[in-house]
Ligand binder design. Sequence first.
Ligand code: CUA
Length: 151
Amino acid sequence: MIDKFERRVLIITGSVAMLFIFSILYAKNSRRIDVPECLPYNKSYEEPKVVKLDSNLYQVYAVAQMWQFQPAEIQVPVGSTVDFFLTSKDVVHGFEMYEKNVNMMAVYGGVNKTTVKFDRPGVYKITCHEYCGIGHQNMQSEVIVNYPSSK
Ligand code: CUA
């Protein structure tokens, strides 16, 4: 038999949990905000690389470690869609690309993914926004978006 207070607590916590889940679904579906995904982890994510899937479709395996990102420079043509897979080799790092509203955490043993479309040429800075030690303020990389050379 559930007593009155217990039932009240269940209703309140249940409502808060529902609200939380609803907010995430709302952000993802209605507002078209890209919610970072967590993927099953494996060691291959610790190998930094840029993979070209198509002329304007790329995958970046980004690896954070004290105090750098690899690859340190990523070049893609204008109009590219880039999937970022992010992990860390040591402590927790941040991964922020301000112009593209990207804000992720790089976590050892885990991988986060987000997708960004680059419609305009430019240099998009990626900075670590989670304090990670003495070299934290120098920890950054960049995505360079160029028009393809017309050859
Ligand atoms: Cu890495 Cu701060």
